[in-house]
Design a protein around this ligand. Structure first.
Ligand code: IPT
Length: 986
């Protein structure tokens, strides 16, 4: 264990030193050992300093020092105010830009430092032991008592130090963590800078001869498991003194010899069969050490542009997952990890890219156990150099080679035995350069059983798969057909043509959106070369804090950062607290393991399995016909399980086909889990398809049928402001702010220009150039008759002649008060823009409490836009207005109910439509939502704002990627809408 006697550093080196840490032990696999282990997590003494001048002297804490910090955690988190009364630094959020001058390799002087210390006492101190840090974010210098032990670099990688002969009965361990160092230049991931001891710390006793490393090669070949194990021990051991065994099968093996295990089952994300490898060492005195490692049998290969696992092609239906916790920072507790991976399984996600660094080792154990395909990514990103033309980019600078290769080696050494990992990734957004080649070579030397990934290498010189981010569906389709533009270099071009294509990031889930998931998935399903992709991103990085007793979520800029990237870090399928957002429900539908479609006559359901390794026998098929609150019939459908990627057409029971002829009824056919698994409950619906009866009123409430209200003098039902033509009263309901709206509170997607849209302004900017956010209405005429009123208005905006003419035709009918709205554009709507409007609708305010109930028939329970809402289903729903709100961290357009046929509002107002409309009911006006920066700043409200839209733009994914797809854009056009207001409560 005296591995470090040479080159041992006696004092910490300057922070600009490029070396990958000093006095560290060689990297090795994560294993469970029976050697004594002292977990050092818990409360440590702590102090924070804005900078430290003499970095070579160990900090000395005053005896009475009372500040205690929990380890692990990022020390800058506001939640730690509950532990630390003194300042402890603040989080800083930057995406691409560095939060300090690009002056590589120098960190700035302003460099917050967390000094940690704790006592470590032994009743019987071991002679040989290692000190292991699973991760320290930033750069750390470590002292054991008065001895400088070494330093760490590589924030999300483990570091180990030799404690041989240093252990006393009572000891002090001191760790000084610097926020920035040379290493910061290669850790420029899009996330908060969150220094601290972020993962577990332990001391592990080393037996006389210890098992330092185990490498398991366990391919699945010709239908059986093959196994080859190599073991590194710290000293010489006779072969006979090393026992290797697979516990479940009782197979004994010799190190360095291939063995077949015919009875073994393969590992896959769909059937994660794991085995336990046990390695024991002994000598004449008896047993020395026993380690255990869970592993699985599986083979990854690329064949004919497809990615194959165990001989079968696979498709990634994946997410990018960062490590973030709203209270602890980069530290994610195990129960959070387990719950979030279970949630992914429940939402049909089968793959994780560990963006953009190796995750907590616990996460990988869980991925092995629950079953995910994982791309393990190296802790490397140098994106900020892109802002200076990639000048001095570490990726292409030989001085950095050792540091970068070290990172790659440490990742692979730590994680090589995980069956879930099917690719290694060199990093993210690190430009191009020679060091990528050195990293690739170093990885292949340790493990050549997995393909290499790196998106930055578009010529695919160093990698085995072609990867892109945010490419358009059209481009992806072209690649699927093998019609991509050629590379100039012929050899590289030929190579890349043979490669599978993956979208390592797509569908940026920021705010309301992403729109267009279905189109991507359809492309993946169609072309074998497209092996799927990874949504950006699983998780929002909100930081929770308390403000005057209120629970708030912070984003970039909220900590007074001098440069920051705002809420660009709030772009997940789940909130930082792992609450699912609507987009997760939509994704679950798009990622369904089986595609289901009912035929026109509702006599058959067509099913195509997306599973690659298992059949569908774990899923049962069901039907149900519902009308209002009544189940007219239901049952289970027996069907032959579908094999991997198989299709079948299954007849529906005659009863189902006949019941769906009942007026106002909905047929639902779905697949659900038969048994509970570790992650998914029994009876969990994984795929759903529906059909509506051809006939029916589909009113929101059964009692609220049309035609019950006698025609009346229209003046009793409607009051119109004679000066503006706006409605001020509907029956007994006072109405405020009645207006035509073409606008919405810009979403994060609306605020940015879609990739490939050239010079066209972002949607929100276009809308404001056209004045949609500040409409001015002019009354043209009011034509009143006893049973009808026709109001004509022209709606435009200051400084433009682009306007719409509106005809509001009111009629007292048997069914209630009918409004037909016709909107006709006039003037100059810029012809060069493919889209002009956010929506075409009526907006008004009711004096009703948002706590009151809204009932509707339409899609639900969650919202939808023309290009989202895949997870919303037909049905009769009710909810309080308050509960309907999607609480996006930055308020924006959200919560629109899609394809609504009828609604019953609080009190007496019911709405019936002769077509499907969008209905948005919120406690705030659109203007208020648009003007508010944080959710907690939305004011309390006792009113309800209603928007009925007859046409709506999609939401797209322009926050990062393509904008709204052509089919979902809304150019200026004539729109007609019809709604019947029924004002009597039945
Ligand atoms: C891409 C990054 O890889 C990812 O980390 C994240 O920043 C994402 O963008 C946006 O949220 S890089 C970008 C230039 C496409």
């Amino acid at each position: 264990t005296k591995a470090m006697t040479t080159n041992r550093k006696l004092v910490p080196q300057p922070l600009e030193n490029l070396d990958p840490g000093w006095n560290t032990l060689p990297a090795r696999a994560t294993m469970n050992s029976d050697a004594s282990k002292w977990e050092l997590n818990g409360m440590w003494r702590f102090r924070w300093l804005p900078k430290v001048l003499d970095k070579t002297i160990a900090p000395v804490f005053a005896d009475n020092h009372s500040e205690l910090i929990p380890v692990p955690a990022s020390f800058v988190m506001p939640h730690l105010d509950n532990f630390l009364k003194e300042p402890h630094g603040k989080p800083v959020y930057t995406n691409v830009q560095f939060p300090f001058p690009v002056d590589s390799p120098y960190p700035p002087d302003e460099n917050g430092v967390g000094e940690y210390q704790r006592d470590v006492d032994f009743s019987n101190a071991p002679a040989h032991a290692h000190l292991r840090f699973e991760g320290i974010e930033g750069a750390a210098d470590i002292w054991w008592n008065d001895t400088y032990l070494g330093s760490t670099r590589g924030s999300r990688l483990p570091s180990e130090f030799d404690l041989t002969d240093l252990l006393l009965q009572s000891n002090t361990l001191t760790v000084r963590v610097f926020t920035f160092s040379a290493a910061s230049y290669v850790e420029d991931q899009d996330e908060w800078w969150l220094p601290g001891i972020i993962r577990d710390v332990a001391i592990i006793e080393q037996p006389k001869v210890s098992i330092s490393d185990v490498s398991i090669h366990s391919p699945w070949q010709d239908g059986q498991g093959r196994l080859f194990v190599s073991v590194v021990t710290s000293g010489q051991l006779e072969k006979a003194n090393l026992k290797i065994r697979v516990l479940e099968t009782g197979t004994d093996l010799e190190p360095g010899v291939w063995t077949s295990i015919p009875e073994a089952k393969a590992w896959s994300a769909e059937a994660p069969n794991r085995y336990t490898l046990q390695v024991r060492s002994q000598d004449s005195t008896g047993p020395l050490e026993t380690v255990e490692i869970k592993f699985g049998f599986r083979t990854v290969e690329i064949r004919d542009t497809e990615l194959m696992v165990n001989g079968k092609p696979i498709q990634f239906r994946g997410v990018n997952r960062h490590e973030h916790h709203p209270l602890w920072g980069r530290t994610v507790p195990e129960q959070t990890l387990r719950a979030e991976l279970a949630l992914m399984k429940q939402c049909n996600i089968n793959a994780i890219r560990t963006s953009h660094y190796p995750p907590s080792p616990v996460m990988l154990d869980l991925a092995d156990e629950l079953g995910f395909w994982v791309i393990d990514e190296c802790d490397l990103e140098t994106h900020g150099f892109g802002m200076v033309d990639w000048l001095n980019n570490p990726t292409d600078d030989p001085n950095w080679e050792a540091a970068l290769v070290d990172r790659a080696q440490r990742m692979v050494q730590r994680d090589k035995n995980h069956p879930s990992i099917v690719m290694w990734s060199l990093g993210n957004e690190a430009g191009v350069g020679v060091n990528l080649g050195a990293m690739a070579k170093a990885i292949k030397a340790i493990d050549d059983s997995r393909p290499l990934h790196y998106e930055g290498d578009q010529s695919c010189q160093y990698v085995d798969v072609w990867s892109m981010m945010y490419a358009s569906v059209d481009f992806v389709e072209a690649v699927g057909l093998g019609q991509e533009p050629a590379l100039e270099d012929l050899a590289l071009e030929t190579r890349r043509r043979e490669m599978p294509f993956v979208l390592c990031e797509y569908a940026h889930a920021m705010g309301t959106g992403p729109g267009g998931l279905t189109e991507y998935q359809n492309a993946f399903d169609k072309h074998p070369r497209l092996i799927g992709g990874f949504i950006w991103e699983w998780l929002e990085h909100g930081i929770y804090a308390e403000q005057q007793g209120q629970h708030i979520t912070n984003y970039g800029g909220d900590f007074g950062e001098s440069v920051h990237d705002g809420n660009f870090v709030i772009d997940g399928l789940v909130s930082a607290g792992r609450e699912p957002r609507t987009q997760l429900r939509d994704l679950a539908a798009v990622f369904a393991p089986v595609i289901m479609r009912l035929d026109e006559s509702a006599t058959r359901v067509e099913m195509t399995s997306r599973l690659d390794h298992t059949d569908t026998s774990a899923l049962s098929l069901h039907w149900e016909v519902v009308s209002f609150d009544q189940i007219l019939g239901s049952g289970q459908i027996s069907y032959p399980p579908l094999g991997p990627r198989q299709a079948a057409s299954v007849p529906l029971p005659a009863e189902a086909s006949s019941l769906i002829r009942t007026e106002s009824s909905v047929l639902t056919v779905w697949l659900e889990t038969i048994e509970e698994t570790q992650s998914v409950p029994k009876g969990w619906r994984v795929a759903t398809t529906q059909q509506l009866s051809k006939a029916g009123s589909f009113s929101a409430l059964k009692t609220n049928t049309q035609g019950t209200q006698p025609a009346a003098d229209i003046a009793q039902l409607l009051e119109i402001d004679p000066e503006t033509g706006a409605v001020v009263r509907l029956a007994r309901e006072p109405v405020d702010n009645w207006a035509l709206t073409l606008w919405r509170a810009p979403t994060d997607n609306d605020l940015r220009v879609g990739w490939g849209e050239g010079d066209s302004p972002a949607a929100a900017e276009r809308w404001s150039m056209l004045g949609l956010d500040r409409p001015m209405s002019r009354l043209i005429s009011i034509d009143s008759k006893p049973a009808s009123i026709v109001v004509k208005t022209r709606v435009g905006a200051a400084a433009t002649d682009a306007a719409v003419d509106c005809t509001w035709s009111w009629e007292a009918q048997e069914a209630g008060l009918a409004l037909t709205l016709e909107v006709v554009p006039r003037g100059s709507w810029p012809a060069e823009w493919s889209s002009h409007w956010a929506r075409v609708g009526i907006e008004f305010t009711l004096n009703s409490n948002p706590a009151s109930t809204l009932s509707w028939f339409g899609k639900g329970p969650g919202p939808g836009y023309p290009d989202t809402g895949q997870g919303a289903n037909w049905g009769w729903y009710s909810s309080s207005v308050t509960d309907l709100q999607e609480r996006t961290v930055r308020p924006q357009e959200s919560s629109r109910l899609a394809q609504v046929r009828s609604a019953q509002m609080a009190g007496s107002l019911s709405l019936n439509f002769d077509a499907e409309v969008g209905l948005t009911v919120r406690p705030w006006s659109t203007q208020t939502v648009a003007a508010t920066t944080h959710d907690h700043l939305l004011p309390p409200s006792s009113q309800t704002n209603v928007v009925i839209d007859f046409a709506s733009s999609g939401v797209g994914t322009a926050a990062c990627g393509p904008g709204v797809l052509p089919a979902y854009r809304l150019p200026a056009q004539a729109v007609r809408g019809h709604v019947v207001f029924n004002t009597e409560k039945k």
